[in-house]
Every structure is written in C-alpha cells, then in structure tokens.
Design a binder for this molecule. Structure first.
Ligand SMILES: [Mg+2]
Length: 387
C-alpha cells in the first residue's frame, strides 16, 4: 500500500469557555482506496487556527509514496528529520500527531481491527471521564457548587474547575502573586465545591499556570485537607524545578503535561520529580504511538496518566484507544459540556459519552468518522472541506 495524497482541514467554532473547540483534521489517501482521518490541535485561539494545517501540508511531500503500515518509521522520519526546524514542538508536533493518528486509522481499517488491538489489546472496555466545568461569568462559590452538582447528576464521578480566572482582588494583570483577598476567595471556591459534591466525587482544580511560586505553594498547602484528585499547573509548565518545589512542599497531588510534548519532555518531568500525575494532550503530544510510549514510561515510574482532552469525538476516541491499552490510565477529560453540536460533528456509536464514560470503539480503525454535512457547516474561517 502507498500513500497517494494528504489533505487537512480546520473545523470548529469559538465557543465561550472552550477555546479548544477548533480542530485540525488530517486525511491520508492510499492507492488501495483506504482513507484514514486523524485529528490534532489547531494551535489555540491565539493563532489563526491554520498553523497546524499549514505544517501538515508542508510535510506532504515526505509522505507521498510511503507505505502507511510503517507508522513508526514515518513518525521518526518527520520528527528526527525536522528537529532543526522545530519538529518536536508546536505546531509541527501537532501536525505529526494528526498524521500518526490518520495512519493508525488506515492500518486498523486495512486489517479490520480497532486501533487498540494494534497497541497490544485492552485493559478496559470503558474509559472513565471527568467533566471540565464552567460556572459561567461568575466567581460565586454557590454557582460553582451548583454546577458541580448538575454534572454529577449527569453521571460523572469526577469534575474539574478553573480557579485562575476569578479576578477577585487582582491589582495587576501581569503579576501572578495571589493576594490575601483573592487567595481566601480561591480557597473558599474549592471548599464550596468539595462540600457540595462530598468525597464520593473526585475533584481536580486547574490553575492554568497563572500563579507565581509563593502563591502556588500557599494554595497547595491550604487545600491539603480537601484531598484533591490533583492541582493542575499551579505554576507555568516551562520551569520544572519550580513545579518540583511546589510538589515537595505539600501532600496535594500535582498534575501537569498538557503543554509538554513527546516522551523526551516527560522523561525530564520524571527525572526532576515534578509531578504525581501526568496529563499529556494526545491531540498534541506526538500521536497514538507516542502517547503510548509516554504512558509506558510513566508506568515504569508508577505514575498514572490522565490525559488532557479538548478534542472532537474523533480525537477523543483516538485517546480512548491509547488509554484502553495501558495499565496506568486514571481518567480522561471531557471538555464539551458547553458545545451543543459536539455529538453531531461525528458518526460512530452514539452516544459517545454516557454516564461519565466513553466506550472504546470496536469498529475498524479509530471507529469515529466526520459527518460530512455537519463538518461542512462548521468549517473554520472560510476553509474548504476534503475533496
Ligand atoms: Mg489545564
């Protein structure tokens, strides 16, 4: 089998509180008529949305004529061959991720097996999810607690809230010291959610790397009795020594990784003892095979993996195949509570999410396809659909 064409298109809408709901899809065509589709991150709202698509198209000439079964060789050809041009960081690594996922989709379809069977089989049939929650334009503890209860009613056994965007008492946008007023407010929010959901429900808190070191340490210590599932990115992900310092000062579980890519950045995280749990984004970190490598290296350190996920049903199912195939999976993010068209964008076994779980597809390949009509109606900023 030979690759004959590579195309990409950007689909999505900018929804409130879901900056990640713009996705790049890669489609790889073969001389045997089998077509694979992979998803990857578009580069975030700070870019045009087309950075990853342009990177994919720029790599097309290196893919034409290759046998799509040689997934690892193709990945290393692009990654190693592009190192001096930044192939191990965004947006090029996002492009490699989408390409790798599309190749797995092709090989699964060609062999008539779901992707998890290409990864050594599965440890579990269903992937446990946590819901990323937003209480709307409020910083009221009651509203946070109310939202948490609504989501628990939907069947989720774990929830996550952001505490970096309250603005209470902020005197300067660029200084990340959390003053006494804001710190008291943030701790009150977390206490309010914990009180509402009790200890039966797992509760994670995301700081989005918007606190400085002394503030992060104060917060991590203050919430120790609340037994958080994790405190996420208490300081920016770019300084692992600072993160390790936060981790060493309290028993609060520290999680990071949505802005780290490839196994090499995670190896560094483990060497510095900076994390208790990792959360690579499997639509960014390098692809299906690289996601499994990261998980396996984490497992050798007895560290669980709880991937960050803001993908469409297609990208999320790709993550489910990887997480079915590793022992140390903890839970996977669901980020589409506020996206009414999320289910309609794709075809597959619906509902994709039910009672806080996503069932791993048994269909050949990734097992989820774009719905052409829905996808065409959601093309990003004048982009064109696949031929
Ligand atoms: Mg986060």
């Amino acid at each position: 089998m030979k690759i004959t064409d590579v195309q990409a298109c950007v689909i999505g809408r900018q929804e409130a509180h879901s900056g990640g709901s713009v996705w790049t899809f890669v489609r790889i065509y073969t001389d045997e008529g089998i077509v694979g589709t992979g998803e990857c991150n578009s580069g975030g709202p700070g870019y045009s949305g087309f950075a990853t698509k342009e990177a994919i198209i720029a790599m097309k000439h290196r893919l034409i004529g290759e046998d799509p079964f040689n997934i690892n060789m193709i990945y290393e050809k692009l990654r190693r061959g592009g190192r001096y041009g930044g192939s191990t960081t965004a947006p090029l690594i996002f492009a490699l991720t989408g390409i790798d996922n599309a190749l797995y989709d092709i090989v699964g379809k060609a062999l008539n097996v779901p992707v998890y069977k290409l990864l050594g089989g599965k440890f579990r049939d269903k992937i446990r999810l946590y819901a990323d929650c937003h209480a709307g334009e409020t910083d009221d503890a009651q509203a946070y607690a109310q939202k948490a209860m609504e989501v628990v009613e939907m069947g989720f056994s774990a929830v996550k809230f952001d505490v970096d965007n309250t603005g209470t008492g902020k005197l300067d946008d660029y200084n990340w010291t959390v003053g006494a007023k804001e710190m008291t407010h943030v701790i009150g929010l977390i206490e309010g959610i914990r009180e509402a959901v009790g200890y039966e429900i797992d509760l994670a808190i995301d700081c989005h790397g918007q606190f400085d070191l002394p503030s992060a340490i104060t917060l991590a210590k203050a919430v120790e009795p609340l037994r958080l599932l994790w405190l996420e990115e208490p300081v920016p992900a770019e300084n692992l020594d600072a993160l390790a310092q936060v981790r060493s000062t309290s028993s609060t579980v520290i999680c990071t990784g949505e802005n780290q890519y490839t196994r090499f950045e995670f190896i560094e995280m483990f060497a510095k003892k900076a994390v208790d749990i990792i959360m690579p984004d499997l639509a960014k970190a390098g692809g299906i095979a690289e996601g499994k490598r990261i998980a396996d290296i984490a497992d050798a350190h007895y560290i669980p993996i709880a991937p960050h996920n803001v993908s469409s049903p297609l990208g999320m199912m790709a993550a489910c195949h990887v997480m079915a195939a590793v022992p140390n999976f903890l839970l996977l993010e669901f980020h589409a509570l506020d996206i009414p068209w999320w289910n309609d964008l794709c075809d597959g076994d619906k509902p994709f999410v039910e009672n806080g779980f996503m069932t791993v597809s048994e269909r050949p390949g990734i097992g989820v396809e774009l719905n052409p009509a829905a996808a065409k109606s959601l093309l990003w900023n004048g982009d064109t659909y696949f031929d």
